[in-house]
Design a protein. Structure first.
Length: 298
């Protein structure tokens, strides 16, 4: 079996596990709802930084990484760090306050931004078929914003924009997944420390948190790093079309959790808009394989 096929299979498994981990992590943050969202973001960043630094030290790669960094690496991963921090903060807040359906919708919208970036920066052609589908998807998003009460559009728009751009940047990254996460965590550590000092006055732990929840809090580094490392690995070994298709696992998982564990209701309007967005994205991703299949039959 060739290394390419092994890498592709490993990438598929990594992408599936990454999306499932991210989807179910809402329940993890809900269990820590006694802490403020900004404090949880701080713990997430600081412990992630500690974990990824220990990994690089154990692999004896930290010194090599620091001396081999280029300005492009710092700029790219610095931008990615800001995007993922915003994404994390909104995700944590939504998980605590029962806005999980909105986060799932945001991750469903994210691939639309990837298509737009491809058109603007890579001059990708937009077929009439794809243009019509994007029109219906964007119309559905505006319908949700202006016509469906009870949904916080700020959540799914911020989730969609930050995750869509983060995916695009990670595809361009030169560094391996762990090294890239180190650079991002290093930059975020300073930004988050300043933010917490200004907004929250410091990171605090409520009294009576207990052994179980205290252990959960200390494990937030792994909860953060494992899915991101798997995601970065998958992005290196899979084409964007496959990555986009597998990312449907994340919003589907979120929708199930929102319904079962949070009791968020699906109205007819929400179901209609979701169906249009979901069906449209599936058609966009499968457009090229379908065209190849039809050409082969002629």
């Amino acid at each position: 079996m060739s290394h390419v096929r092994v890498g592709t299979k490993a990438g598929l498994l990594a992408a599936i596990m990454s999306n499932l981990f991210l989807g179910f992590s809402s329940l993890y943050w809900k269990a820590l709802g006694e802490l403020s969202s900004i404090s949880l973001l701080g713990y997430r960043v600081f412990i992630s930084m500690l974990c990824v630094t220990l990994i690089l030290l154990a692999r004896k790669e930290l010194r090599l990484l620091l001396f081999g960094l280029e300005l492009r690496d710092v700029a790219l991963h610095g931008t990615a760090a800001l995007l993922v921090a915003c994404n994390w903060g909104v995700f944590i807040w939504s998980s605590i306050h029962g806005r999980v359906f909105e986060t799932g919708l945001g991750y469903l919208i994210a691939p639309i931004l990837g298509i737009g970036l491809g058109i603007v920066f890579y001059k990708e052609n937009l077929s009439f078929f794809r243009g019509v589908i994007i029109f219906f998807i964007v119309s559905s998003v505006f319908f949700l914003i202006f016509r469906v009460p009870g949904l916080d559009f700020r959540v799914y728009l911020s989730i969609g924009v930050t995750w869509g751009m983060y995916t695009w940047l990670k595809k361009m990254a030169r560094l391996d997944p762990i090294s890239g996460l180190f650079v991002e965590s290093f930059i975020l550590t300073f930004i988050t420390a300043a933010l917490i000092s200004y907004i929250d006055g410091g990171v605090g732990v409520p009294k009576g948190l207990g052994v179980f929840r205290g252990s959960l809090l200390l494990s937030c580094g792994l909860v953060s790093l494992v899915p991101l490392a798997l995601f970065a690995f998958a992005a290196k070994h899979l084409p964007l079309s496959v990555m986009g298709l597998l990312q449907f696992l994340l919003p589907l998982t979120q929708f199930c959790i929102a319904s079962v564990f949070y009791g968020q209701n699906f109205t007819a309007e929400i179901f209609l808009a979701f169906s249009i967005i979901f069906t449209g994205m599936v058609f966009i991703i499968l457009e090229v394989p379908i065209k190849k299949l039809l050409s082969a039959e002629e």
